[in-house]
Design a protein around this ligand. Sequence first.
Ligand code: E4P
Length: 217
Amino acid sequence: MKFFIDTANLKQIQEAQSLGILDGVTTNPSLMAKEGIKGQANIIQHYLDICKTVSGDVSAEVITTDYEEIIKEGKKLASLHPHIVVKVPMIKDGIKAIKYFSDHHIKTNCTLVFSAGQALLAAKAGATYVSPFIGRLDDTSTDGISLIQQIVHIYQNYDYQTQVLAASIRHPMHIIMCAEVGADVVTCPLDVILSLFNHPLTDIGLAKFLADYKKSQ
Ligand code: E4P
């Protein structure tokens, strides 16, 4: 399973990259705004900085919703760097645009997916990734992990090549459950990735090993 980091914060991306386990980055307009990145030139420069930091795919989201505009914006984003994946919302014009991008060998991430039917459309259009938002589903008393399982199952039935990218990850058990049901990718905030390290028995065991070593010197 690939690990992406879900942030536009360069320091956090660098920290995750330095662990040697990072496969890519997802951003969205809210995450860019959170970092104070404003204006087209700054946004483009920030995507380039992210692409220089990681060796994997970097999702850059379009902020247009009309087919022709999405194509124009997506082509511009894709031309910035080979790592760029054009992130397109799950709307009719978005699906049409994903089909266009797929036919023109431009990688896409179909975002804001909340149902198996939407995921089926994304796969049929040839999306590289589909992003079901599991945390936001959990927030509405709907089991996000069951949706991941359902999409993985449907894609396997028809050998769709679209990768299931579990998004809106909130805690380490989301990551474990995604791995259990066969998600291709999880995209997580840095603190959730780091929480996978936590186990008190590791800390206690290491402290004892080091103390015993000291005693033996
Ligand atoms: C991923 O591509 C999304 O941008 C992100 O995971 C959404 O997460 P949130 O629900 O925590 O905003």
